[in-house]
Design a protein around this ligand. Structure first.
Ligand code: AMP
Length: 283
């Protein structure tokens, strides 16, 4: 496995491989890799000749009061993990390479990014789309792998790719969870033992809500209240949002129909935990 830090070296490598007729699968990450990231890497390895993983903690997607400087890092371990997987290149650019002095161009999706996490983290997705667009230009991938864990992000990236005619295919992989249901996240590291033990109630709440939908409940307010009740009864945290949105436009729904995204964000101690389920309730 090669570790590449420079943008021009990365792009040259990719273009040379593509000239040889090879396909490039790309997994962008912020590092501190876990089994969720690995599932994307494995998927990329199955379908592509070359696998590129990037590690870049993107300052542009953190709000001033967020955990940018505290974000967990362990590059040596990440490099070992990638070395054991089917990764050909670990792209590890520096902050000044990605955002040199005078940087002033951003990519912004202006509709899907307004609800859910976009409501409580204004500017977050503008940082995400900007860095992802830059990474696409640098890595020149055929296929890029994202996780359902960040469901809104994957919808926004798909929209960006379509709106801006980017020649890449986006694949979204299922959420990888701990045995008790907690979605794997680099931010789980912030949880104390007590918080960790209770954090599984976020997913349990979503599953209880899913059951109610399967039994016929279609009122968004009632389902959201059920989720809130389970979380508040079991978890000491501050609920940021509980929402049920249409997967077409990510706008909140009063009645469940077609395909919906049920998504939750809860601040537990220092960790902002997000989770979601997609449901097809029918009419
Ligand atoms: P991050 O390093 O948190 O920016 O995540 C990099 C990629 O891994 C994103 O596409 C995430 O959606 C994905 N990812 C993070 N956690 C999980 C998980 N538990 N299961 C599946 N994919 C994940």
């Amino acid at each position: 496995m090669r570790i590449i830090k420079k943008i021009d070296v990365m792009r040259k490598f990719s273009l040379a491989e593509k000239n040889k007729g090879r396909t490039i699968g790309f997994v962008p990450t912020m590092g501190f890799l876990h089994a969720g990231h690995l599932s994307l890497i494995k998927k990329a390895g199955k379908r592509n000749d070359i696998v590129v993983v990037s590690i870049f903690v993107n300052p542009a997607q953190f709000l001033p009061n967020e955990d940018f400087s505290a974000y967990p890092k362990d590059f040596r371990k990440d490099a070992l993990i990638c070395g054991e997987e089917s990764v050909d290149v670990l792209f590890y650019p520096g902050r000044k390479d990605i955002y040199p002095a005078g940087f002033s161009t951003y990519v912004e999706e202006t509709s899907l990014s307004k609800s859910l996490c976009g409501g409580s983290r204004p500017g977050h997705f503008k940082g995400v789309t900007t860095v992802v667009a830059k990474l696409f230009n640098i890595v020149v991938p055929n296929t890029v792998y994202f996780g359902q864990k960040d469901a809104q992000q994957s919808y926004i990236i798909k929209r960006m790719v379509s709106d801006l005619n980017m020649p890449v295919e986006i694949k979204v992989a299922p959420i990888v969870r701990e045995p008790d249901g907690l979605a794997l996240s680099s931010r789980n590291k912030y949880l104390t033992k007590g918080q960790r033990a209770k954090a599984c109630f976020i997913y349990k709440a979503l599953k209880i809500a899913e059951k109610r939908v399967k039994k016929g409940e279609r009122s968004s307010a009632k389902i959201k209240a059920a989720i809130r009740h389970v979380i508040e009864a079991n978890l000491r945290g501050e609920i940021d949002y509980i929402d049920i949105v249409d997967t077409e436009n990510l706008k909140p729904l009063k009645k469940l129909k077609r395909k919906v995204l049920m998504a939750v964000a809860v601040n537990v101690g220092k960790a902002r935990l997000i989770d979601n389920i997609i449901l097809k309730p029918g009419r």
